[in-house]
Structures are given as structure tokens and as C-alpha cells.
Design a binder for this molecule. Sequence first.
Ligand SMILES: NC(=O)c1ccc[n+]([C@@H]2O[C@H](COP(=O)([O-])OP(=O)(O)OC[C@H]3O[C@@H](n4cnc5c(N)ncnc54)[C@H](OP(=O)(O)O)[C@@H]3O)[C@@H](O)[C@H]2O)c1
Length: 339
Amino acid sequence: MSRMMQKWVVAQPGVQHLNIEESPVPTPAANEILVRVSAVSLNYRDLGVIAGEDGAPSMPFPLTPGSDMAGVVVAAGENVTRFREGDEVIGTFWAGWIDGDWPEHARVVGGKLPGVLAEYIVLHEDWAVHAPRSLDAVRASTLPCAGLTAWFALVEKGALHAGQTVVVQGTGGVALFGLQLARAHGAEVIVTSSSRDKLARALALGATHAIDRLEHPRWDELVRELTGGRGADHVFELAGGDNLGASLRALRQGGRISLIGVLGELSMTLPSVPSFLTRPVIQGIGVGHRRALEALVRAVDATKIEPVVDTAYSFHKLPEALQHLERGAFGKVVVKMVG
Ligand SMILES: NC(=O)c1ccc[n+]([C@@H]2O[C@H](COP(=O)([O-])OP(=O)(O)OC[C@H]3O[C@@H](n4cnc5c(N)ncnc54)[C@H](OP(=O)(O)O)[C@@H]3O)[C@@H](O)[C@H]2O)c1
């Protein structure tokens, strides 16, 4: 009789349709690895996938959600060369984006492809990298999406360097990775938040300045003041809508805005003439490729950055973890599978 395992399944769109199911532990085929999952880091996107809002018509319900995991290789199929049994790994967010331009055949794990909220998963060996040596599984699980997104925006595509100023909006997963990576590179960081308590925690984490965005809806004016009128070199656009106009006003001439998030609205608008005069470099970010994830892992080991995990919930507490994500966490919310 085959060994059984538990996994979360959402039968049809809606968090109320999430249930734990039993199924046989899968067997890795050629070029696949069987991974015992240790921790799964949740992303804002997971809420949309479970609710059926994220590409729902083409989502293969019933589905197992979750994109980001850290785990241990417990078996390898034929011809596997990248990993051995016992290796600690983290998955890639994109299955099939290895380097260079995003290939159209790439799919997201935990969307079109089965997700990682399961005790065991099989992955093509190309869809995983060695985990950082310096992090436990809970922290390591946060790198594939939130960590890589910030790295791709600032380092892979952003030419970040010491002396620059980076603005991050809010204190969620992507924003705090941006903060930590920017500080590790010698840049200054201005963080905006709706919570005074979270601003204090961001300052303790190394932010140079903190702006209460509820108290200062024109937070861009404060950014200009804090940068001596020059404006910021990099801005993470995480909210969408008219907020992009504020990001532009906060930017120095020729500075860079990374279009990343839609926490407020799905579309983004810019005023035309100020855009001409500011000459922004506007780059869209779609997480990133495997080569950059490997570079981030090396950087984390070298700098000893410790990703910020607000709370780690047990496997059975996924619904509570999702509610926390919806309320807004300081950094990441993680589901811990073992121990
Ligand atoms: N394009 C990509 O590659 C990519 C990759 C990852 C994530 N994303 C997207 O990026 C966004 C952030 O993701 P995340 O995982 O970091 O989210 P998260 O961890 O859930 O961050 C939520 C935090 O963002 C802040 N926030 C919420 N609404 C805001 C608003 N209207 N304006 C400014 N800040 C706001 C709040 O911080 P305070 O409580 O401190 O105010 C909230 O706690 C999401 O839209 C996500 O889908 C995109």
C-alpha cells in the first residue's frame, strides 16, 4: 500500500472551500525530485488564487495553493543531476524561467501548476535551488517570491549602489526585503506605512526614515524633503492607481520605479508632462528567474540577512495564516510543516 500524506486543497474558488485531503506520497519521475516540505511562505497572491480572482477561469480547480517552499530532497528520479537525497532546497516561483527573458511556457507553482501546501511534492529538478546555509527553513521559504522580487528590482535590474535612496511602500514581504537588501548595499531607505508601530519596527530594522502614509497622504513631498529636494533613486510601486503619480513625484530625475504591486488598484496611472520631465526608468517586475534566485541565496549567506517573519503557523492553521496575511503582516507569514 502506498504511503499517504496530507495536502491543502481548494475545491472551488473561495477560502471556505479549503480542506486538508489525504493522497498518496507522489513518486518522482525522471528528472524530478521528491521534496519533504518544511515550510511554506504565503504571498498576497495566494489570497487571489484561493478566491479564484487570479486568472480564475484557467485555474485548474480543485487545486493545492502555495508557491514558495523550503524542504529536503528525500528521493530523486532517474537522470537527476542537480540534487541528492538530503539536500535542503527552496523552490522557484516560476517553473521554467531559468535565465534571460521570461519564456511563455513558464508557469507559476501554486496556480496553473500544483502548489506546495502539502507534506510532500514532486518538482522538476530545474524548479529548485540549494537553500541558503545561513537560514532555517521558515526564513528560507520567503526567498522565492518576495525576496527575489525585491532583489530583481534593485540588484538584477536596478544597479543599486551605496549612497542611493530607496523608497518602499508598506511593511509587507516585498517592502521589507527591499529595505534589508538596500541597507546591505549601503543605500538609504525611506519606508511608508499606515501603522506607527510598524514604522518603529522598520526603523529598528535599519530604515533611515519612516513616513506615516495616513498622516501624510502627500508622502512624496516628505521624500523630497528627506532627500534634500533631489528625490529618491528607486521607488517600489506596490499600491497601484494614482499612487504611481506619487511615486513619480518622489523620484529624482532619471530615477527608477519598479512596478510590482497592486495592493490598492489593479491599474496604474501617471500624469504625462511630469513624466516627460522626470524621465523615469519604469520597469515591470514579475518576480525573477532562477539564476537571480541563486545569486540572492549567495548574497543572503554572505550578508547574513535574516528575512522578517511575522508569524509561523502550523500546517493545520492555514486559514488563520491567510487571515493574518489579509490583515497585513510585518514581513512574511509562513506555514510550518514539521516540528
Ligand atoms: N510583480 C511581482 O513580481 C510581485 C511579486 C510579489 C508581490 N507582488 C505584489 O506586490 C504587492 C505586495 O506584496 P507583498 O507580498 O509584499 O504583500 P504583503 O506582504 O501582504 O504586504 C501588505 C502590506 O502592504 C501595505 N499596504 C497595503 N495596502 C497599501 C496601499 N494601498 N498603499 C501602500 N501600502 C499598502 C501594508 O503595510 P502597512 O501596514 O505597513 O501600511 C500591508 O501590511 C502585492 O500587490 C503583490 O501581489 C508582485
